[in-house]
Design a protein around this ligand. Structure first.
Ligand code: SF4
Length: 372
């Protein structure tokens, strides 16, 4: 059984057989086998014996430093396996921020991209310092032009702005609601129902916006979709779907709604076209739940390929194929175990947010959390 150690355990512990396990439940001494078993094809040539030996030593230093500094390490699903293994919790961006918010800690080391660290800082406020191993950007966030949003708002003073959680703190502070890939349709529906007749701007991801619109009953004419996209998901096009169905005819397709193929896939699913009936639009956390409970034994995963490490590890006995081995986010991969160790040792990169911006961003997040 993989997960014998609960994720809340404060440090590496010994399992029932006396083996030293990291917080996520994998033994340091089996990192080489586990990384190659679950992620060898994703990161071809990365996990050599010598490299993993070095990683294990750094991993032990990281855990010792985290304990000495009272740090809560969390890692996003797309992070390298070694970062996921030294973290006390692994998940999506909102899930990690909510996890951090529940913990009595004065320090968080967040392994993800910058907007995620900002979201965590927005939620924890002055109660905890948030550090990151590096300062990775995000193409989706970079597609946002604040001046353009201000211009749209000036033309539509009564309108409602909904921002995806994958935005910087300043954009969140300009928004009425935040949404995630899990609840985008629900938030859109709520915003439309509680603000009758008012125009809505959904930003920044046009693919997620289109899926949310199609999954709601909101009049399309009321909604403006910003034309931003994540470069990793946008290049997962329709041809990738066709190839996946050809190669794995028995598999279910788990698609992140940010994917470039999502609108075409949604239309074909709605029209009942086979094999699109086996396609599901899911956030990364929903992918995990779906794979655990589905009767299917094989899945093609349409999101950043790093997600497969966690799926394969937590859902043994089922097979997961990436829709594309090229679906890797270079921003996410800027974080390394070495940088995390240095950050813990030297408090290198702290996330700070202007208090006024933080207050605005927090209000928009809070509004989302009250929608059921
Ligand atoms: S995969 Fe990378 S570029 Fe795309 S939204 Fe996530 S962090 Fe941004």
């Amino acid at each position: 059984m993989q997960n014998v150690v609960h994720a809340e355990t404060r440090d590496a512990v010994r399992d029932l057989n006396g083996s030293l396990r990291t917080p996520n439940g994998i033994r340091f001494e089996t990192w080489y086998e586990d990384f190659n078993r679950y992620a060898g094809d994703l990161y071809e040539g990365r996990y050599t014996r010598d490299y993993v030996k070095d990683l294990v030593e750094i991993g032990k230093e990281v855990r010792a430093l985290a304990q000495a500094k009272g740090s809560l390490i969390v890692a996003h699903n797309y992070q390298y396996p070694e970062l996921q293994e030294v973290a006390l919790e692994v998940g999506d961006s909102l899930g990690l921020s909510q996890y951090v918010a529940q913990k009595q800690t004065e320090r968080v080391d967040f392994c993800g991209v910058w907007f995620m660290g900002e979201t965590a800082k927005t939620i924890v406020g002055d109660r905890a310092k948030v550090y990151m191993p590096d300062k990775p950007g995000c193409s989706l966030v970079e597609s946002i032009d604040h001046e353009r949003i201000k211009g749209w708002m000036a033309h539509n003073p009564e309108a409602v702005v909904i921002s995806y959680i994958n935005t910087d703190a300043k954009t969140k502070a300009m928004s009425d609601y935040i949404c995630t890939s899990r609840n985008a349709a629900q938030v859109l529906q709520h915003a439309a129902d509680t603000n009758p007749g008012r125009r809505i701007l959904f930003l920044p991801d046009k693919y997620l916006g289109a899926v949310a619109l199609a999954q709601s009953t909101v009049d399309h004419d009321r909604v403006d979709l910003y034309d931003g996209a994540c470069h990793v998901h946008a290049k997962i096009g329709e041809d990738a779907l066709e190839t996946a169905f050809d190669r794995y005819p028995d598999a279910e397709l788990l698609l992140h709604p940010e994917c470039g193929c999502s609108t075409a896939c949604l239309a074909k699913t709605a029209s009942g076209s086979s094999p699109y009936g086996k396609s599901y639009f899911l956030s990364t956390e929903q992918m995990l739940r779906h794979a655990e409970t589905s009767a299917a034994k094989e899945f093609v995963v349409g999101t950043e390929a790093g997600m497969l490490y966690r799926l394969r590890k937590l859902v043994p006995g089922k097979t997961f194929h990436p829709i594309s081995f090229g679906a890797m986010c270079e921003y996410m991969k800027m974080n390394t175990l070495e940088k995390l160790r240095d950050s813990l040792e030297f408090d290198r990169i702290e996330v700070t947010i202007d208090p006024e911006v933080r207050e605005g961003a927090q209000a928009a997040i809070q509004r989302m959390l009250t929608i059921h």
